[in-house]
Design a protein around this ligand. Sequence first.
Ligand SMILES: NC(=O)c1ccc[n+]([C@@H]2O[C@H](COP(=O)([O-])OP(=O)(O)OC[C@H]3O[C@@H](n4cnc5c(N)ncnc54)[C@H](O)[C@@H]3O)[C@@H](O)[C@H]2O)c1
Length: 269
Amino acid sequence: MKDYYENRVAVVTGGASGIGLALCEEMLSLGAKAVVAADLNEEKLESECSRLEGEYPGRVLGVPTDVTDKQSVFRLIERAAAFGDGRIDLLFNNAGLGLMKPFDDTTDEDWKFAFDINFYGALHGVRAALPVMRAQGGGHIANTASGIVFSPMPFQSMYSATKAALMAFTTSLRSELWDDNIRLSTVIPGTVATPIWEKAGGAPPSAITPRESALGILKGVAANQRIIILTEEDLSGARNAFLPENMEYLDQYFLEVARRRRSGDGQAI
Ligand SMILES: NC(=O)c1ccc[n+]([C@@H]2O[C@H](COP(=O)([O-])OP(=O)(O)OC[C@H]3O[C@@H](n4cnc5c(N)ncnc54)[C@H](O)[C@@H]3O)[C@@H](O)[C@H]2O)c1
């Protein structure tokens, strides 16, 4: 892995917390030349970046960014390329929100916001980074979806729909941009113990750590995997989601989840 990440310039959205922060830390420890963390939470971004700057002087930049705002994402990429001496080798479109809500309570504005954060955030990143990557002869973009694309969860219709759209977009572009030497991977990061679970009462006990997730993602990107699936649970979800003989079992399973969630168990998966 060190061979792949050494001297690279990387941008990570949602880089102040959870999986994004772990990606930044691991790439720095693998010898990345410059890591640019972007996040909406300026306070956390500032404190994490100054901590990392202490450990890796001159190799870390924090850029306050709102990925739902196209101009903000374009400014991020411009600043990142300047910090990386004109290069951006890796872009991790990782920022995202869990968006758990009963469908009946959602408005069209909620749905627009859901797509802005979980889908258009990454699309803006791709648009902004492509000219830089083309000019330098290539690059790799990793878009973080979720195991939910194989197992759409009740009370998470916005999350399920936005992440499924993101995976389809990413996989389609992977073949379209391959001959430009621009690689795209979809990341299915596992169930990971991060603040994203706070509103659901905390991560399930089976959750992996952000560092475990980040290391798996970096390995998958270095190997140029089409879909980076980190855990057995998500792999099994992916394998079994569409088999005709499983349909009855899947209905029963997700009905049980719906009933548990309706009764207040937000961790039910
Ligand atoms: N943790 C899990 O179990 C899990 C599972 C599947 C997928 N994911 C996905 O992994 C990604 C990272 O999630 P995490 O678990 O590390 O969560 P997290 O809450 O720890 O980190 C998400 C970060 O994104 C930032 N963010 C939110 N809105 C933003 C915006 N508009 N612009 C820029 N930054 C913004 C937040 O401030 C936060 O720092 C998300 O896309 C999430 O959907 C997480």
